[in-house]
Each structure stands twice: as C-alpha cells, then as structure tokens.
Design a protein around this ligand. Structure first.
Ligand code: XBP
Ligand code: MG
Length: 261
C-alpha cells in the first residue's frame, strides 16, 4: 500500500455531530419561518438521513412522509428558498457555538498539519456550512488548513455516489491509494470506497452506529483523546482502546491484515 499523503474528512457526523442539534434544528426553524407546521423529530430525521443533501431531503420528505401537502407549482424554487433559509439558520447556530468538534478531531488535524500531511474535505453539505463550522470551532484562518474543499452541489451526485471523493482526488492529483478517508455513515463509506479509497476510518454516531461499514478499515466510537481513548467496534471489537494519531494511521494496513482470514 502507498504511503499516506493526505487525510480527507467528511464533515457532518465526522468532524462534529451536526445532524441532530444543528441541521435538524435549522430545517425546523426554516419551516417555522415559512409558516409550515412541519416538525422533524429526532427519530423522523434519522429516517430522512437516508437521503443526503438538504434540498434532496426536503423533496424526499414531501414524496414519502408528507404526501398530503399540496406542493406549489414551482416546487424546485420552493425547496431552494426553504433550503437557503435553513442554511442561514445553520450558520447562526454555528456562530452561536452550538456544536463542538468531536473528540480527537482537533488533535489529529493539528498533528497532521505539523507533519506536513495534506488535508481535504469531501462532504455533501453546502460550502457555507463547512466554513461556519470550521470558523466557530478552530482558530481564525483554519479553512486554509484544508487544501481542497469538496462540498455540496459541486458534483452531479451526492454520497453514496463516489463523485465528491473522485473530485477531491482529482483536485489533489492523488491516487485513491495515497489517502485515508474519515467518515461516520454507511453512505459516506460507500462513496469513498467506490472512489477507490481503501483506507477508511469510521467514527460512528447515534444515527449511524448500526449501518453497514464492511468496506471500512476500522470502526471506532471517536478518534480518541489521551484522556478518553477510542473504543474499537470493528474489526476486533474488544481490542484495547486507541488514540488515532499519524502512527496509528500509518499502521492501519498492518492492523487490517491481522484480521484477514
Ligand atoms: C451530510 C448531509 C447533508 C446535511 C445537510 O452528509 O447529508 O445533507 O445533512 O446539508 P455527509 P445541506 O456527512 O455524508 O456529507 O442542507 O447543506 O445539504
Ligand atoms: Mg457524514
């Protein structure tokens, strides 16, 4: 396996637990502002996460969960306006400091930077949401830590399609064998794997813990901190807790080989 040259991070659920208390709240505020009585509960939102992308998620909700709603003639404009309002609410929530980074994320980013490792983002979310999260959780200028930011509608198909990962790899002029992807969801793992990425680290969250991570190299509860190391969920659940640092990542292949039959 090639040496690791770059770390490519998903955003929602991976850098921070943004879905339940960030995106979901922002959607509900946008619905309220528009005079709609829609309320996406925590459990309904879990089902809606089956479709990635906020605009696509609203359309899916209307097609499958709220079929009685009589859609306006230009449904695309209606959804786009709701989604723009949702993005404003999401930015306000981040500016108010609503969501911290997940444990170990800042530590790993800083270690990677010091070591000259290249960093990138591959996400389905709107670009403004990425800067809002990074701006509210990391030092000023931290967006520049990421050499390439692949986000939102920049590619035709969102995750689980591989497009956003393929786009990031093209921009970085790197083969998939030179990167490690960080994901939290089955759709994200699918996207990275279909783009040819073989080393995928998953940190699960409440919405994703039971999803299919068979294409991942390792599944953990977090990236771990020295105070609270990460629990290994697969393969080798029950193994000693770990802290995901560059040494750990460089040894990922050896670790995976240990579990091959
Ligand atoms: C993230 C998403 C996004 C966000 C909402 O998926 O599915 O749709 O929930 O973002 P991933 P927008 O973590 O796999 O990239 O409303 O800006 O689309
Ligand atoms: Mg995610």
């Amino acid at each position: 396996m090639a040496a690791v040259e770059a770390l490519v991070f998903d955003v929602d659920g991976t850098l921070a637990d943004t879905e339940r208390d960030g995106h979901r709240i922002a959607f509900n505020r946008a619905f309220n502002d528009a005079g709609l009585d829609w309320q996406w509960s925590e459990s309904l939102y879990g089902q809606l996460l089956g479709v990635t992308g906020g605009k696509e998620r609203i359309r899916h909700y209307l097609d499958r969960f709220n079929t009685q709603f009589s859609k306006p003639e230009n449904v695309d404009d209606f959804i786009a306006a709701l989604h723009a309002s949702k993005t404003r609410h999401y930015r306000d929530l981040m500016e108010a400091g609503a969501i911290p980074l997940r444990p170990g994320v800042r530590r790993l980013l800083e270690e990677a930077r010091s070591a000259g490792m290249r960093l990138a983002i591959a996400t389905t979310t709107t670009p403004e949401n990425v800067s809002a999260l990074i701006g509210s959780t990391l030092p000023t200028g931290a967006m520049d830590w990421f050499e390439v930011v692949g986000a939102g509608d920049i590619v035709p198909q969102k995750k689980p399609a591989p497009d956003i990962y393929s786009w990031v790899l093209r921009e970085m002029q790197l083969p998939p064998s030179a990167v490690i992807a960080f994901e939290d969801s089955g759709h994200g793992v699918s996207a990275a794997a279909q783009a040819g990425i073989e080393r995928i680290v998953v940190t699960v969250n409440g919405y994703t813990a039971d999803q299919d991570f068979s294409a991942a190299s390792i599944v953990l509860d977090t990236l771990g901190t020295t105070d609270v190391p990460a629990r290994v969920m697969a393969p080798g659940s029950g193994d000693p807790a770990v802290v995901v640092d560059l040494d750990f990542l460089r040894a990922l292949d050896a670790r995976a080989a240990q579990y091959e039959c």
